[in-house]
Design a protein around this ligand. Structure first.
Ligand SMILES: Cc1cc2nc3c(=O)[nH]c(=O)nc-3n(C[C@H](O)[C@H](O)[C@H](O)COP(=O)(O)O)c2cc1C
Length: 178
């Protein structure tokens, strides 16, 4: 049985909803899934899993500080273990899915892709294969103007139940790539 861990950080719940939907899809596909916040994931070793899923919101088109701190700490641990090699050779069977929720009030998805690319580098450096990056448009909870008058229009209630079902379905398909 393939093993996956879903790590996430979520302040207003959007990223958590996406994380849970991914978990449902992977489980449906027969994957052994552990779901945890990054605060609960202090001691985990990415290399114990066939798939690491990591999710976070875009904050100022970057990762929130607790997420970047977490990634840097794990990166330095891997470096000490000799797992950061020049040339970053691919480690067979080690995959990562990156997912980022964002509201895009100013420049749309361009406010999220830099954060996804940044996180991808932490995994690419240790030889993981970046399977995909999913950017999920989400309500800016607590900021009505940004949720109604921004570039993406009225995004209240997003991700919707239907969108979450779609994410679950994508996760089922993703499991086939493991
Ligand atoms: C402090 C802060 C900064 C944010 N900055 C951005 C941003 O630069 N671009 C963007 O698209 N969304 C931004 N957002 C919106 C969040 O990325 C979005 O609402 C996300 O879905 C929140 O995820 P969460 O509910 O899991 O915490 C920001 C939200 C907060 C609270």
């Amino acid at each position: 049985m393939k093993k996956a861990v879903i790590l996430y950080w979520s302040s207003t719940g959007n990223t958590e909803k996406v994380a849970r939907s991914i978990g449902e899809g992977l489980r449906e596909a027969g994957v052994d899934v552990s779901l945890m916040t990054i605060d609960e994931a202090e001691g985990i070793d990415y290399f114990d899993y066939d798939l690491v899923c990591i999710g976070f919101p875009s904050y100022y088109w970057h990762t929130p500080k607790p997420v970047s701190d977490y990634l840097k700490k794990h990166f330095n641990d891997h470096r000490r273990q000799g797992k950061v090699k020049l040339g970053s050779p691919n480690v067979p069977g080690k995959n990562v899915l990156i997912f980022c929720t964002y509201s895009g009030p100013h420049t749309g998805i361009d406010e999220a892709t830099p954060a996804g690319d940044y996180v991808g580098q932490f995994f690419g450096h240790i030889g993981f294969n970046v399977l995909d990056k999913w950017y999920v448009l989400s309500e800016f909870i607590g900021n009505e103007a940004a949720s109604t008058k921004g570039r993406m229009g009225d995004i209240r209630g997003m991700p919707t139940e239907d969108e979450l079902i779609g994410i679950k379905a994508k996760a089922v398909l993703l499991a086939e790539k493991l």
